[in-house]
Design a binder for this molecule. Structure first.
Ligand SMILES: Cc1cc2nc3c(=O)[nH]c(=O)nc-3n(C[C@H](O)[C@H](O)[C@H](O)COP(=O)(O)OP(=O)(O)OC[C@H]3O[C@@H](n4cnc5c(N)ncnc54)[C@H](O)[C@@H]3O)c2cc1C
Length: 293
């Protein structure tokens, strides 16, 4: 992307502007983003422009994204098993030919397996019975590893400065945005995750609040609540959104997002643009493919 911008005559300031936007999105530097992947994403997403803020920031789950998973889980009841990490999957045809081994040794049998794991944790699961090409494709995918800060205040004090809470930044926080009436959320992009990890844990929250204070004033230093979550190093997530660096589209190849019955894949990483939309789209598609057999 960076090379293409320069080829198209972008000045250093314009390239920097794009880089700052990427820090805000936390999806990875323009210098490490495949132009092919970006074009593919832009062709697939329902947006008139370059995945415009108005489009992706304007559509929200009213009670927070987690309610999507929680509502779906309500309908599934006891069939959802929590605290049961999968360690190994064996795929074979025939009735109950597939096995899924959980930590602790319990083995489940099924006629098909739908894998909804992000690509990072998936690399830790031993999978047999699917082609080497499939595993090679799945394991070639990567995630942009980020962290998130959410800070709740008594009131949206930034408005008194004429600010709406949306910012992009080149500090440790790549962006802030209002998540609710008086809640600010912020992303720490992959380029800054190492910097964040380098801050002694007892100093992290204060340093991040200081950055918000530099933007909106010292009231930022006195939140009602603060929550920092290191998604990029979380064992069960190991990321944030899919990242496509130059070469990845061809390396992951045409098997991306496809199935090898009775082994099916879904989840954000299996769609061209990631995100919750990708999780829902690929989940529906995998269910349809499975039910059509
Ligand atoms: C900070 C942050 C901000 C984001 N903001 C947005 C946003 O504004 N809009 C948007 O659309 N998307 C956003 N996303 C991305 C979105 O959250 C993800 O794309 C989406 O949640 C991925 O859904 P998924 O079902 O593919 O994977 P996940 O939601 O990651 O679910 C995978 C599940 O697999 C479990 N798991 C992992 N390993 C194992 C194992 N071995 N055995 C059993 N279970 C396992 C995990 O515990 C997890 O519950 C954000 C993500 C982050 C981290």
């Amino acid at each position: 992307m960076g090379a293409w911008l320069r080829l198209a005559g972008a000045t250093p300031a314009v390239v920097r502007l794009w880089e700052i936007e990427q820090l805000g999105l936390a999806g990875g530097s323009v210098e490490r983003t495949s132009l092919l992947a970006a074009l593919r994403k832009n062709a697939a997403v329902p947006s008139a422009g370059h995945y415009d803020y108005e489009d992706w920031e304007g559509l929200r789950v009213a009670e927070g994204s987690a309610t999507v998973a929680l509502r779906l889980a309500e309908g599934l009841g006891h069939r959802v098993r929590l605290g049961s990490p999968v360690e190994a999957v064996t795929v074979a045809g025939g009735r109950a030919g597939c096995t899924v081994r959980l930590a602790g040794g319990e083995t489940l049998r099924a006629s098909a397996v739908v894998c909804a794991l992000p690509v990072g944790p998936l690399r830790q699961v031993h999978i047999s019975g699917v082609s080497d090409a499939r595993l090679g494709s799945l394991h070639a995918q990567r995630q942009a590893r980020a962290a998130k800060l959410a800070v709740a205040y008594a009131d949206p004090f930034w408005r008194a400065r004429g600010a709406n809470g949306l910012s992009e930044s080149e500090h440790v926080l790549g962006s802030t945005w209002p998540q609710g009436y008086a809640v600010l959320s912020a992303l720490i992009p992959p380029e800054r995750l190492g910097v964040l990890l380098g801050i002694p844990p007892q100093l992290r929250e204060q340093e991040l609040l200081r950055e918000i204070a530099d933007l909106y004033g010292d009231q930022a230093l006195h939140p009602l609540a603060l929550y920092l979550r290191m998604w990029g190093t979380d064992r069960w997530t190991q990321g944030y959104v899919t990242q496509w660096v130059p070469g990845d589209v061809m390396r992951v190849g045409p098997l991306h997002g496809t199935h090898e019955p009775p082994f099916y894949v879904c989840g954000s990483d299996q769609w061209v643009a990631g995100y919750l939309e990708g999780a829902v789209r690929t989940g529906r598609a995998a269910a349809a493919a499975l039910l059509s057999r």
